[in-house]
Design a binder for this molecule. Structure first.
Ligand SMILES: [Zn+2]
Length: 229
C-alpha cells in the first residue's frame, strides 16, 4: 500500500488526466478534486467523474464554487460569445475573454486546504505554459510564488513540512503531454477540452485548437468526436 498522499485538481481535460496518471505512476495515493464553478457546461465534470472511475479513485470530491456570482469571463457568462478560430500564434500573447479571474489561485487554495487537512504531501495541477491560452495563473512564476505563500500561510509550512506544489507538465508542449499520456495509458477518449458543452467538441475554440494541434504534432488520433470542420 502506498502511504504518501496527493491532492490533484482534476478538471476532466487532457492535461489534468495526464497529471493524474503521472501522480499514480509516482506511487501517490490520489485524492481528486473537481470544481463546479459555474463554467458554461457540466461536460468536463462528467469527464472528471469518468476519469476518476477509470482510475478507481476512492476519494473524488466535487466542490461547488459560485464564481458566476462574482466573476467576469466568457466561460461564466453564457450570453457572451466564445472566441473561435483565433490564430494559434496569438493564443499565448494576449489574455482572452475565457480567462476566469484568479481561478487557479482559488482552486489551488482549496487544494492546499484539503491537502493540509488529510496530511497530504503534495498538490498536483496540470498547468502548462507552452501551448496554452496565455492565462497568467498558468505560468511558472505564479506557481513558485504560490508555493512560497503555501509555506508561509499554513501550519505545516510554518512547522517545516510544507506541502509541495507539483506541476509536471509546465514546460511540455501539448504534443509532449499527449505522448506522455499515451506512455502512461491515459484514456484520452474520456477527456473533454472544448469550452462548449455540446455532444461533440467544436474544434474551433482555443482549447479545441490546442488539443487538435497537439494530437496532430504527436501523430496520434484523437478519439473524441468533433463537429464537421
Ligand atoms: Zn471547442
Amino acid at each position: 500500500m502506498t502511504s504518501k498522499k496527493a491532492v490533484i485538481l482534476l478538471s476532466g481535460g487532457l492535461d489534468s488526466a495526464t497529471t493524474l496518471a503521472y501522480a499514480i505512476s509516482k506511487d501517490y495515493s490520489v485524492y481528486a478534486l473537481t470544481f463546479n464553478y459555474g463554467q458554461r457546461h457540466a461536460r468536463e465534470v462528467v469527464a472528471a467523474r469518468e476519469l476518476a472511475a477509470h482510475y478507481k479513485i476512492e476519494t473524488h470530491k466535487l466542490l461547488n464554487l459560485d464564481l458566476q456570482a462574482i466573476g467576469r469571463s466568457a466561460l461564466l457568462d453564457h450570453t457572451k460569445e466564445l472566441p473561435m478560430n483565433r490564430p494559434l500564434d496569438k493564443l499565448s500573447n494576449e489574455i482572452p475573454e475565457t480567462y476566469v479571474p484568479a481561478r487557479n489561485i482559488i482552486m489551488l487554495s482549496y487544494g492546499l486546504s484539503w491537502a493540509e487537512s488529510i496530511d497530504a504531501e503534495s498538490v498536483f495541477i496540470g498547468v502548462n505554459s507552452i501551448d496554452y491560452s496565455g492565462y497568467p495563473d498558468c505560468r511558472p512564476e505564479f506557481l513558485s510564488t504560490f508555493q512560497h505563500a503555501a509555506e508561509l500561510g499554513t501550519k505545516t509550512g510554518v512547522e517545516g513540512k510544507p506541502i509541495k506544489l507539483e506541476f509536471p507538465l509546465i514546460n511540455l508542449t501539448k504534443a509532449e503531454i499527449i505522448k506522455l499520456g499515451v506512455e502512461l495509458g491515459v484514456p484520452f477518449g474520456l477527456t473533454w477540452s472544448c469550452y462548449r458543452g455540446s455532444a461533440k467538441a467544436c474544434g474551433k475554440c482555443d482549447s479545441c485548437q490546442l488539443r487538435l494541434k497537439g494530437f496532430e504534432e504527436a501523430g496520434i488520433d484523437d478519439e473524441i468526436d468533433y463537429d464537421e470542420m
